[in-house]
Design a protein around this ligand. Structure first.
Ligand code: F6P
Length: 319
């Protein structure tokens, strides 16, 4: 393997830069020429592919976002675009491609494997929704951002004897809401795994206030319900003023925390090593404390299990 390219795709995640840096530095270690693809699969189709130097990736390990840019590019589902991308790589004699992103991005990588490109996927998404890996790059930084924000909401919520309804990201995965909810000592957590029961939610908050609590926090995953309406309904049922806050894209930014940097570095190094060994179509995963890998088709079909015990925690600690 003489040349390896790297791209970031889908929603960005803190720690992507640390992964890009480690790809470049590992390539140089093995005397492989590293290339960067700008703006994800879109850039790949538009031949936006340039060599990356050691210097270009210095001082990025602690930077949020991705220096390569990212994009959601639906056209890449079409064979013609996949063929064009493979052609662009081959014209530069690049055999290997590392895709840093989520499961949608890995589907793109798999399609390229079928066009004769050696591919590796590195899971990076704040949603932590890749079942094959215990954690994804960016999840813990986003979690810290959510927790810091909800702690601030708690200050004002306590002062005013209010209920705070806080929506976090996560798409179809409740991990951000679950972990943030536990970390801030919330009264109630609503996620795609728990489902949404308005009556139950309101009763739960009401019971908290009946137990003389000064304030309450409800954390929920995006798209579960209309948070503004839920806040109105809680206020009407409890007579406690209730405010809704949507944390939004602030969760995707910021300096990656240490674990995300370490995870990104280890995963990237493993991806380059596997490509050097001429392996392909693998997703790099964290299982327990070990970095390993899984065949991409298997990783894409694996379903995430619901951590039942962790979900029960909030209810068990309510007194
Ligand atoms: O996948 C990461 C994520 O931030 C999800 O949590 C969220 O649903 C989505 O991306 C938002 O996407 P966009 O930035 O395209 O609005």
């Amino acid at each position: 393997m003489k040349k390896i390219a790297v791209l970031t795709s889908g929603g960005d995640a803190p720690g992507m830069n640390a992964a890009i840096r480690a790809v470049v530095r590992s390539c140089l270690h093995y005397e492989i020429e590293p290339y960067g693809v700008y703006d994800g699969f879109k850039g790949l189709c538009e031949n936006n592919i340039y060599p990356l130097s050691r210097k270009e990736v210095s001082r990025i390990i602690n930077r949020g976002g991705t220096i390569l840019g990212s994009a959601r590019y639906d056209q890449f589902k079409e064979l013609a675009y996949q063929k064009r991308a493979a052609k662009n790589l081959k014209s530069k004699e690049i055999d290997g491609l590392i895709v840093i992103g989520g499961d949608g991005s890995f589907k793109g990588a798999l399609a390229l494997s079928e066009q004769g490109i050696f591919t590796m996927g590195i899971p990076a998404t704040i949603d932590n929704d890749i079942a094959a890996s215990d954690y994804t790059i960016g999840f813990f930084t986003a979690l810290d951002t959510a927790v810091e924000s909800i702690d601030k909401l708690r200050d004002t919520s306590f002062s005013h004897q209010r209920c705070s309804v806080v929506e976090v990201m996560g798409r179809h995965c409740g991990d951000l809401a679950l972990y943030a909810g536990i970390a801030v000592g919330s009264e109630f957590i609503i996620t795609p795994e728990t489902g949404f029961d308005k009556r139950k939610t309101i009763n739960h908050v009401k019971e908290s206030f009946d137990r003389q609590k000064r304030h309450a926090i409800v954390v929920l995953t995006e798209k579960m319900t209309d948070v503004t309406q839920l806040a109105k309904d809680i206020e009407a049922a409890t007579s406690h003023e209730t405010r809704a806050t949507v944390l939004g894209h602030v969760q995707r930014g910021g300096t990656p925390q240490a674990f995300d940097r370490v995870l990104a570095t280890e995963m990237a190094e493993h991806a380059v090593y596997l490509l050097k060994e001429r392996q392909s179509s693998k997703v790099i995963v964290l299982k327990g404390k070990e970095i390993s890998d899984m065949a991409m088709p298997d990783a894409l079909t694996l379903k995430k299990e619901m951590p039942q015990k962790r979900y029960g925690l909030v209810g068990r600690l309510k007194n």
